[in-house]
Design a protein around this ligand. Structure first.
Ligand code: OKP
Ligand code: ZN
Length: 366
């Protein structure tokens, strides 16, 4: 059964360099990633849809206005401040606020880059604003399509909608970029589902890395359950959060679940974590009525950034098990850097989801 895929070409000119593993090199978060996924999903016969215009009010419900304005203007301010030679690196920070000290927002773009980032791996280049707003618009549109399908599906569960987001978003907090993420597409999808009538949404983050941004954005809220399965931050990016004792705070206490796993965890261990995550989401007491899957496939055995052992069949299994929740679902693309396998791994997840026989009112047998 074909799945609706929301995609756009507007990410193309967001292409960055990264200082990592001892050298400056093209970022693994490349335009090619989206092309490879798109090609595989075209071949699989899925239905492509262009995103609607981005609703900036929606973005402001999960990001600060000054951060969004910073993202919009940082590139031109960087070049104006440092001259055309500064184009080569892209706009990137090398000074960050110090722990435990007051951190006032600076006036100059160089200082604001430190204020609005937590990692130096995500430069802002000429094409960044167009790319990040298109990526967020894709998440927004996918949520709208799921809501629209639910309205027409009657008692049936609508088919999942896939948001081919690039760059990814789950590391971006309300006012900081990092980990190749600028706007938090998964949080934007979750907020959209709430704004369109969901009472409580779960975000299930299966990327290899902790979804720190999504956790932070919804930390004090009980209308979004955030769940993340990831490599233990004691030895993996994003390093400082993602531990099991982070459960949310204030009204949000009990509404965050972290399932950190050791590097090189076995498939059975990962599977158990998914069971734990899905039980928490489908627990009647959770009253979840819609799901966002933050889909990183950097858990793949050959991923250059990961150490987990999942293979392409495991990804269809994930799709099947997630669909077994029976919830209206938006799948938002996060990481995945083994470009040769990226297309088939994403296609496998959608295939697994679509094979469970859950139908909308439209295509249900009558
Ligand atoms: C993004 B996503 C710096 C390395 C930084 C960042 C990894 C970001 C992963 N030396 N690497 O969760 O797939
Ligand atoms: Zn990742």
């Amino acid at each position: 059964m074909p799945v609706q895929v929301v995609a756009s070409e507007a990410h193309r000119d967001h292409e960055t360099m990264e200082f990592a593993r001892g050298r400056v090199a093209p970022s693994p978060e490349s335009p090619t990633r989206a092309t490879i996924i798109s090609d595989a999903l075209h071949v699989a016969g899925h239905r492509f849809v262009e995103p609607d215009d981005l609703d900036l009010d929606l973005v402001h419900r999960v990001h600060s206005a000054e951060y969004v304005e910073f993202l919009r203007t940082a590139w031109e301010r960087w070049i104006a401040h440092l001259g055309p030679d500064a184009a080569e690196s892209g706009a990137v920070a090398f000074t960050w606020p110090r722990r435990g000290e007051l951190s006032r927002r600076p006036d100059d773009v160089v200082g604001q880059l430190g204020y609005h980032s937590f990692a130096g791996d995500s430069p802002i280049v000429a094409g960044t604003w167009a790319a990040v707003t298109a990526s967020a618009a894709i998440a927004q549109t996918a949520a709208d399509l799921v809501v629209g399908a639910r309205a027409t599906a009657g008692s049936g569960v609508p088919s999942p909608v896939y948001a081919l987001c690039r760059p990814p978003g789950h590391h971006a907090t309300a006012d900081q970029l990092g980990g190749y993420c600028y706007l938090n597409n998964s949080a934007i999808a979750a907020q959209r589902l709430l704004d369109r009538g969901s009472r409580r949404v779960a975000v299930l983050d299966v990327d290899y890395h902790h979804g720190n941004g999504t956790q932070a954005i919804f930390d004090t809220r009980d209308d979004v359950l955030t769940v993340s399965i990831h490599a233990d931050p004691a030895s993996e990016f994003p390093w400082f959060t993602g531990h099991a004792d982070e459960i949310g705070s204030g009204a949000g206490a009990g509404w965050n679940l972290n399932l950190p796993l050791p590097r090189h965890a076995e498939r059975a261990v990962w599977d158990d974590a998914l069971d734990t995550a899905l039980s928490r989401i489908t627990d009647a007491a959770s009253t979840i009525d819609a799901l966002v899957v933050a889909l990183g496939v950097d858990t793949y055995v050959d991923d250059p950034l990961g150490t987990f052992p999942l293979d392409t069949d495991d990804f269809s299994g994930i799709g099947r098990r997630v669909a077994g929740c029976g919830l209206p679902t938006v799948v938002v693309q996060e990481g995945g850097y083994a470009v040769d396998a990226l297309g088939r791994n994403v296609a496998a997840v959608l295939d697994g989801m679509a094979s469970t026989g859950i139908r909308t009112g439209d295509d249900a047998p009558r």
